[in-house]
Design a protein around this ligand. Structure first.
Ligand code: ACO
Length: 429
């Protein structure tokens, strides 16, 4: 049954349609509000604004639910396959055998970079932040693929997506190797997606890196859990840039810049720094929690709390299990994991965190896993970007097919000076 919302402003009353989503959420459609009333809406940070209709990812923060194309995220835990999930997100359903093989082959065939691109890496200082390099190099990549500036159909989109998803891991690995002064390792066509990335990161010309299956599975799962999270900051950026009909590569390069921010993709680094501070400074987890909830609030319990999740972030639950599995199967321990477990235990029983509904988020355990895989801290957000890329591509594609598509151009409420006069320089005081 279609519903409407009534808005009264002075003597004017307008009826606005209420749109209902497939999971029951409702939204007031205000697109004609200004032409009928002269009013715009004001919503800093867009926390209460639906920017589009989307069929990709569903998040219910109250119940701690996350689904990709209708499939609960937990169902990818058993035999995690990032390539399959990438295809699912972009094209809307799980690939059949032929589609999966074709996409995998495209990923393998396109892993190499044009040799001229290597020289670009040498132009960056050794200390350059890898996220800056990644964003710059994704744009550079577009110069080598002008054929994908305009994507005519689904098959061309698939080819462009395969190039991006495949090459982003080569770019990431080369950025790391360059920062360490290590020789670049060419992708190995015999290796599947995740193992190829680890090979380019960690093999040496005289010594291949061959990790156990548990390492491959942990990274596959971690990439899957980062693959999409509906209209987050970087995805909204990709959509915003794409709405101007900027090409897929340029839009994703902008997404990398947004993800770089410490309030977004950078939080996993801060979690690790917090755990190390506790470990090194001989501060107990109890003391840290006391600091985080203290009156002055000088620190936050990093990896806790979320704008949308007011219950367990399901990704954190899965990553905690993945961390336990990884450490058990490798037969190693990490004092940081023990500290994280203890922090979680304390916070979940503490009224400060319980009352504010602060639970572990995706970043709480991801850094511990990445560290165990040998990924240096300054590459954590780059790995997040590799994971998030299919989500960005899926949203870019969805938007490009959306009949409601318009250039993203919010309004504002102007609060500056009014009606001043230009004063020539010699008359200014
Ligand atoms: N530690 C201690 N107190 C916290 C924490 C925390 N991690 N998070 C929120 N609070 C407190 C706030 O101080 C505030 O308390 P008050 O009501 O007494 O003032 C209350 O909880 C509400 O906090 P807000 O900042 O209003 O919550 P918001 O939804 O705006 O912020 C955010 C969410 C940014 C994630 C926040 O919880 C936080 O800073 N967490 C730590 C950083 C982090 O882990 N970020 C990763 C998020 S996941 C991701 O981006 C992939």
């Amino acid at each position: 049954m279609s519903q409407t919302a009534r808005l009264t402003v002075g003597d004017t009353e307008v009826e606005l349609p209420v749109v209902q989503g497939s999971e029951g959420e409702r939204a007031v459609d205000i697109r004609h509000l200004r032409e009928r009333t002269g009013l715009v809406t004001l919503d800093p940070g867009f926390a209460n604004t639906g920017s589009c209709k989307s069929a990709i990812t569903f998040v219910d923060g109250e119940r701690g639910v996350l689904r990709y194309r209708g499939i609960p995220i937990e169902q990818f835990e058993q035999s995690p396959n990032f390539v399959e999930v990438a295809w699912l997100l972009i094209f809307g359903r799980l690939p059949n055998g032929e589609e999966y093989d074709r996409f995998s082959q495209e990923l393998t065939a396109n892993a190499n970079l044009d040799e001229r691109m290597k020289h670009h890496f040498e132009g960056f200082p050794r200390s350059a932040p890898p996220m800056a390099i990644l964003s710059a190099m994704i744009n550079t990549l577009s110069c080598f693929h002008p054929e994908f500036f305009e994507l005519e159909d689904s098959s061309q989109l698939e080819q462009a997506a395969a190039r991006l998803i495949s090459k982003v891991r080569t770019l990431a690995a080369y950025a790391y190797r360059n920062s360490r002064g290590l020789p670049y390792m060419y992708p190995n066509p015999r290796l599947p997606y995740v193992l190829n990335f680890l090979h380019m990161m960690f093999s040496l010309p005289y010594q291949p890196y061959e990790p156990p299956d548990v390492v491959r599975d942990a990274l596959n799962l971690l990439l899957i859990l980062h693959a999409d999270h509906e209209q987050n900051c970087s995805t909204s950026t990709v959509r915003m840039v794409g709405s101007a009909r900027a090409n897929l590569f340029a839009s994703c390069a902008a997404g990398v810049c947004a993800l770089w921010g410490p309030l977004h993709g950078g939080a996993n680094v801060e979690v690790l720094e917090m755990l190390e501070t506790i470990h090194r400074g001989h501060m107990t987890p109890e003391e840290y929690v006391a600091l985080a909830k203290g009156k002055e609030k000088k620190v936050r319990l990093m990896g806790f709390g979320h704008r949308v999740y007011k219950n367990f972030d399901p990704r954190a639950t899965i990553l905690r299990r993945a961390a336990e599995r990884l450490f058990t199967e490798l037969g190693v321990s990490d004092p940081l994991l023990d500290i994280a477990r203890r922090l979680e235990e304390i916070a979940l029983e503490d009224p400060y965190f319980v009352d504010r509904r602060l639970y572990p988020n995706v970043d709480f355990y991801s850094g511990i896993i990445l560290r165990r895989l040998g990924i240096p801290t300054n590459m954590f957000t780059v790995v997040f970007a590799i994971g998030r890329l299919p989500g960005w591509i899926a949203h870019w594609r969805e938007q490009s097919l959306d009949p409601d598509r318009r250039i993203a151009r919010p309004r504002q409420v102007y609060v500056g000076e009014t009606g001043l006069r230009y004063v020539p320089p010699e008359q200014r005081e």
